[in-house]
Write a protein that binds this ligand. Sequence first.
Ligand code: NAD
Length: 327
Amino acid sequence: MDKQKAANQIKALVELLNQYGYEYYVLDQPSVPDAEYDEKLRELSQLEQEYPELKVDDSPTQRVGGKPLDAFKKVQHNVPMLSLGNAFNEQDLRDFAKRASGGTDEPITFVCELKIDGLAISLTYENGKFVRGATRGDGTTGEDITNNLKTIRSIPLSIKEKGTLEVRGEAFMPHKSFLALNEAREEKEEEPFANPRNAAAGSLRQLDPKIAAKRNLDIFLYGVGEWDGSPISTHSERLEQLKQLGFKTNPEWRKCTNIDEVIEYVTYWTEERPNLSYEIDGIVVKVDDLNQQEELGYTAKSPRWAIAYKFPAEEAITKLREIELSI
Ligand code: NAD
């Protein structure tokens, strides 16, 4: 492709993907399946790699999420809430492991977690009290949805830890709640939600907390933002620590001492995920050692010490149909 053609194609893809991003992140109403969005994003990313001088600031390859809605009070994330790089096959995972070890044979321990298909949330505690809950928004500014989050029963309103603690995780809608909600909407001749992710986001980004309260949402916590608390040295310790503090963590995480074990975990959950009571769209692989994480650092959009393996799209659709049929 010549440079002029590439410039036109980049412009068209940025415009299209930003429109899709707006529908997905701001309106919670995607007009195309995620796989289509991901494919176009990959096309754009390849063109930008070939012609780095044509990269534009508002490219979705450089930005996290979408703009927060004006209807909500804004919350600044002092530690940015980033996205994750993607892996679509075994080779991508092996390449990630190689990058993580800096191309050496240095052994790296990874933590594998289920990638919950919901929306990223930040919960702030001050002197043991839950004071603020926010969406990721564009990564630096999120929406204050404290009152909606208070309706999720698994979020503790007080914890033993004093000082300021910001925990992060994924709020989601379990399959059972999602199917009941869509059934009720169809009865009322209202548009059903496209998937549990959009239903969860649509429920939490409402001004009236009574709506979220009726939607039976849940949350898994998997990380921290700001915390002046006890020093720990690994992500796996972090998960244990969050659990000890009374936060709901996903029990299925596993420590893997090499990439073959990571691939085993991915293969296992590719088969097993229809048996979960909530939607996952992949596996998140994280470097366990926090010093190694720090050395690897971040790109503008995502940490270099983690990657999200995405399940093939076809299966997601088939699985939801299977669940619908079995209920
Ligand atoms: P992402 O979903 O690929 O990955 C990052 C997110 O994973 C984090 O922000 C966090 O919320 C989540 N996550 C879930 N479990 C986690 C765990 N255990 N540990 C860490 N993080 C975990 O990135 P993104 O930027 O949020 O969104 C991109 C996704 O949105 C893609 O799947 C894309 O297809 C979809 N999308 C779709 C459309 C559309 O029009 N259909 C538009 C925009 C984006």
